[in-house]
Design a binder for this molecule. Structure first.
Ligand code: ZN
Length: 502
């Protein structure tokens, strides 16, 4: 058995190297590549991805997994080796179910759709994008049928990003969440002026903001020996190994929150990637447990830590040292309130903690309606706008600010959006547990000591990589299944106080 396991690991390591090389090319494309390199780069990426896929779905990998399936039963079920065999077998079964022709057609269709989507959004003309979306949805339905599902088409697509989660489970937590958030938002909306964020919209030198971002990353424990930060139009984090993790940010001279919270958000993703056990490097386990779990880490540092009063008591003097003139009339409480301003808005990526999940619920419901044929492609904008009015009390004036705002569908990503909200919910559930295990957590944050929280995250979450499914991990860490209640409690307490509701 040991020989076969070693052979499997050797093959997986080579596939992982190809994946990392592709990721590095992808990182370069978004940061330093000159515009003229785009065509050559897309060919290089396609070649690397094809080679990695072919090596993975090979008969040799299939035979090794089959030979190992019996002996694996004797291993400790939670050991790295047992989990590696289990997760790889799951990935392999899924990868073999997808006909190469369908994969190629999806790649072709989506790469043709992206520039059309960009033009449609620019001109706010949904009809331009509609035929492409129609094609993509058709292919996604074929993909879901090929992968297989128990109840709903959606389950097969969601499983790509959130293993073992079903649409029915998402619906249950969203229903609970909606029942609490919609009335909370209504109460806040009646009192919107209680919080003022004008202080964030002054003139903040970009170079100083950049230095501040680096300082914040060092403070929360990001290791610059094993990673770096650069600039890109859309912030993201990518890892080639736990020993080389790259994040990016963008800075707006007239809006302080963009760079600072972007850095904290991506920093949370990056800490997760740096914290995965090196024993899992160059295997399929060297990734986050799911997109939802990954997002729980970014949201925790961005919101539970970065938008807390304790953080601002610590951080405000440092911020004012960088911007003494801009912040002469402000104090820690001014900043704490400003960064927690609630503002129902049309655009998801600009949404605050209270309204964000409503944007996601809208997409989740609409995607299900589209896949199951209840909403035709031509009816998407109207269905979108009706839900916006119900949940946020706003109607988009045009489709650019409505159904055309996100790139995800053009990329062929349906079933992806719920992971953002799951991340919000899980972050609150994990943070409750961290607080129970670290009774001084708030005082530590107020003193600028983030190491205890990071050690806790490393021990309970980061080091395991993809060994456990998201449901297993949530249960292991908190002793309970996924639950919307901690998040609901958190927003109700925090925003109730900020907006004088209780
Ligand atoms: Zn994120």
């Amino acid at each position: 058995m040991l020989d076969k396991l070693q052979e499997l690991k050797t093959r997986l390591a080579e596939i992982s190297d190809l994946g990392s090389a592709a990721a590095l090319l992808g990182w370069d494309q978004e940061t330093y590549m000159p515009p003229g390199g785009a065509k050559a780069r897309s060919e290089q990426l396609a070649t690397l991805r094809r080679l990695a896929h072919e090596l993975f779905v090979s008969d040799e990998i299939g035979r090794l997994l089959e030979d190992l399936s019996g002996p694996a039963a004797d291993l400790d079920p939670d050991s790295d080796d047992a989990r590696l065999i289990r997760v790889t077998a799951r990935d392999y079964a899924k990868a073999c179910k997808l006909p190469p022709k369908l994969v190629a057609e999806l790649a072709r269709t989506t790469s043709a759709a992206v520039p059309v989507w960009a033009k449609a959004r620019q001109e706010s003309d949904f009809a331009l994008f509609a035929p492409h979306l129609e094609q993509i949805v058709g292919l996604l339905i074929q993909k879901a049928e090929a992968l297989g599902y128990q109840d709903r088409l959606y389950d097969a697509l969601l499983d790509e990003y959130e293993p073992d989660m079903t649409a029915v489970q998402v619906e249950a937590v969203f229903t609970e969440l909606k029942a609490e958030i919609v009335p909370l938002l209504r109460a806040i909306t009646a009192n919107l002026d209680a919080v003022d964020d004008a202080v964030l919209h002054r003139d903040f030198d970009e170079g100083k903001q950049w230095e501040l971002g680096i300082e914040v990353l060092k403070l929360i424990g990001f290791d610059f020996e094993h990673g770096r930060q650069d600039k890109s139009t859309h912030p993201f984090t990518t890892a080639f190994s736990p020993t080389d993790v790259r994040l990016t940010t963008r800075i707006d001279r007239t809006f302080l929150a963009q760079g600072l919270f972007g850095t904290l958000h991506e920093g949370g993703h990056a800490l997760y990637d740096q914290g995965i056990s090196l024993a899992l490097d160059r295997t399929p386990l060297c990734e986050g447990a799911s997109l939802g779990i990954h997002e729980s880490q970014s949201r925790m540092w961005e919101n539970l830590v970065g938008r807390s009063r304790a953080f601002w008591r610590f951080f405000f003097p440092r911020l004012r040292a960088a911007f003494p003139d801009q912040l002469a009339d402000a104090d820690a409480e001014t900043l704490y309130r400003a960064v927690n301003k609630v503002r129902p808005s049309l655009i998801r990526v600009e949404a605050d903690e209270v309204t964000y999940n409503l944007h996601i619920m809208l997409r989740f419901e609409l995607e299900n309606d589209i896949l199951e044929g209840r909403v035709g492609i031509a009816e998407v904008p109207a269905a979108w706008n009706a839900k916006m009015e119900t949940y946020l009390g706003l109607v988009p004036p045009d489709d650019a600010q409505g159904a055309l705002q996100d790139i995800h569908w053009a990329w062929g990503l349906m079933g992806y959006f719920p992971t953002y909200s799951l991340g919000n919910l899980i972050s609150a559930q994990f943070f409750d547990q961290a607080r129970a295990d670290l009774p001084d957590l708030e005082a530590q944050i107020e003193a600028g000591e983030f190491a205890p929280l990071l050690s806790w995250l490393r021990e309970h979450i980061h080091r395991h990589g993809r060994k456990f499914t998201p449901a297993e991990l949530v249960e292991r860490v908190t002793g309970r299944p996924l639950d919307a209640a901690p998040f609901v409690r958190y927003v109700k307490n925090k925003y109730g106080e900020l907006y004088g509701l209780s």
